[in-house]
Design a protein around this ligand. Structure first.
Ligand SMILES: [Zn+2]
Ligand SMILES: [Zn+2]
Length: 143
């Protein structure tokens, strides 16, 4: 299973927060992260423990930052979301409803499925909100 498929929505929210709050040379302290997520510290720590076990974040002296792999997974998540949004928009949903519908599936679908959808949509450059969609990567595994 791909890492995104193993995450709950709350774990993804936590990963995105770490990405926003941590800088290249400074991790985000647990308390600050918990406050931003509006949860108690033990709850935030629970999410971080899972993210760390998937190698998406690294913790050092109580501060957390993304690993390179975690940053790549976040980018991949955004692509999943925007490709799914485009599909729902083409089916006639408003941009807001497309976003909501995309959140129901964007963690569950595989990279392969996202690439198939992207191809079926003729590789859209932007989502219904006008935000850029990163291009399909070259075919993997020689097939
Ligand atoms: Zn594409
Ligand atoms: Zn969008």
């Amino acid at each position: 299973m791909e890492p995104l498929q193993q995450l709950t929505r709350k774990q993804l929210d936590t990963l995105q927060r770490v990405g926003r709050l941590a800088t290249a040379d400074r991790g985000v302290p647990l308390k600050q992260l918990a406050r931003a997520l509006r949860v108690r510290s033990p709850t935030a720590l629970g999410h971080l423990t899972i993210l760390e076990s998937l190698h998406l974040v690294r913790r050092h002296r109580g501060k957390t930052r993304l690993t390179r792999y975690g940053a790549a997974c976040l980018e991949e998540y955004v692509r999943h979301h925007r490709v799914a949004e485009t599909l729902f928009a083409e089916a006639g949903l408003s941009p807001e409803d497309s976003c909501e519908a995309a959140r129901e599936v964007d963690l569950a679908i595989s990279h392969r499925t996202v690439d198939s959808l992207c191809q079926a949509e003729s590789h859209p450059k932007v989502c219904p909100h006008g935000a850029p969609i990163s291009p399909c990567r070259p075919a993997r595994g020689g097939g």
